[in-house]
Design a protein around this ligand. Structure first.
Ligand SMILES: CC(C)(COP(=O)(O)OP(=O)(O)OC[C@H]1O[C@@H](n2cnc3c(N)ncnc32)[C@H](O)[C@@H]1OP(=O)(O)O)[C@@H](O)C(=O)NCCC(=O)NCCS
Length: 327
């Protein structure tokens, strides 16, 4: 048990909405295919001048307001993202600057794709438990539209942009992180990858012409691993907390495909009416999906103090994770 409390949550989605019907005009696809295969109806797209730190900062301001803290109180900033403003400095440093967080606190990014928020939550719990930090701003923010190949119908219909944040502090009640599971398997990295732009394949005219700086994915293979790992992580984390699917008050899974969510809850014994689904409105926002789902559930009254919250994620790397929290 880690005595932590999420005292504030916030989220932000860019104004522009891209519907399945808009995509029908861009690639050979249909609303019917996208809806039945993925559950997605629309997604939000950042404007040209909106970067990942801009989305994160807006979500963070909401989280500060709910937590009743100011930027000056924060003593560590983390941003989970695979679409950083710049490869360096870290997006967390840009967020620190934008929000006015004290220039003496650590700020760094977490690169764990869709599992980034849960990795950040587990790290935050450890940092608070060991006294390394006492008021952490954890953001998960993505502008996947900027690394999407808009000519590839098998991927461009899946992703969306958005950000979700949390202020995490030491608990003053019985809330806490009851258990967690996290892991990674680099052998499978190539199944979901942005190949160019790093030191393995630096950006050249050729890589740009071939669109190698965009997301490439073997969807079928990723799907199989996602179902297996999300289910296993859900069951293992509940077991570690001496709980079962029936004890879960709110389940916020990563939102990559409604069929992955349905398969996970069936096998983990979690009812659909306890499961937060945002994918129809947001698409897959990688690391941002879980904190956006949590924020919506807090604000619409589905997630309340004392509730058991389960969250699970799976993503590029491959990485995965699960966390059981008493809210
Ligand atoms: C991507 C995904 C939705 C594809 O669904 P699928 O049912 O596996 O579909 P397939 O890839 O087998 O493609 C089936 C057919 O639909 C076609 N298709 C692919 N995208 C399409 C689209 N947007 N519109 C219409 N047809 C499409 C394919 O070309 C294929 O046609 P073919 O049979 O003539 O070759 C699914 O595999 C998935 O969700 N994967 C995991 C995604 C994920 O979790 N990603 C990130 C981890 S966080």
């Amino acid at each position: 048990m880690f005595d932590i409390k999420i005292t504030g949550t916030g989220s932000y989605l860019p104004k522009k909405v891209l519907t399945n019907f808009d995509l029908e005009k861009m690639v050979d696809t249909s609303d019917e295919w996208i809806t039945t295969r993925t559950g997605i109806k629309e997604r939000h797209i950042a404007s040209e001048d909106e970067a990942t730190s801009d989305l994160a900062s807006k979500a963070a301001e909401e989280a500060f307001e709910m937590a009743g803290v100011s930027a000056r109180d924060i003593d560590a900033v983390m941003v989970a993202t695979i679409t950083p403003d710049t490869l360096f400095p870290a997006t967390a440093c840009w967020v620190q600057k934008k929000l006015g967080v004290k220039p003496v606190v650590p700020a760094f990014d977490i690169s764990a794709a869709c599992s980034g928020y849960l990795y950040g939550l587990i790290l935050s719990a450890g940092m608070i438990k060991t006294g390394v930090a006492s008021k952490i701003l954890l953001c998960a923010s993505e502008t996947l539209s900027k690394i999407t190949n808009w000519d590839d119908r098998s991927t461009c219909v899946l992703f969306g942009d958005g950000a979700g944040c949390a202020v995490i502090e030491k608990s003053d009640c019985d809330s806490g992180l009851l258990s967690y599971v996290w892991g990674a398997d680099g052998k499978l990295g190539k199944l979901l990858i942005q190949e160019a732009g790093g030191s393995r394949m630096p950006a050249t005219k050729e890589t740009v012409d071939k669109k190698l700086h965009t997301v490439s994915m073997q969807g079928n293979e990723v799907y199989k691993h996602a179902v297996t790992k999300m289910k296993k992580a859900a069951i293992e984390s509940l077991k570690k907390a001496n709980l079962t699917g029936e004890d879960v008050d709110v389940y916020v899974p990563h939102q990559a495909n409604i069929r992955i969510i349905e398969a996970t809850i069936k096998r983990a014994g979690i009812p659909m009416d306890k499961t937060v689904v945002t994918i129809d409105k947001t698409g897959n926002m990688s690391a941002a999906t879980i904190p956006v789902g949590i924020d919506w559930a807090v604000r619409d009254g589905r997630l309340n103090r004392g509730d058991i919250l389960l969250s699970t994620a799976f993503g590029g790397g491959f990485t995965w994770g699960a966390a059981v929290l008493r809210w």
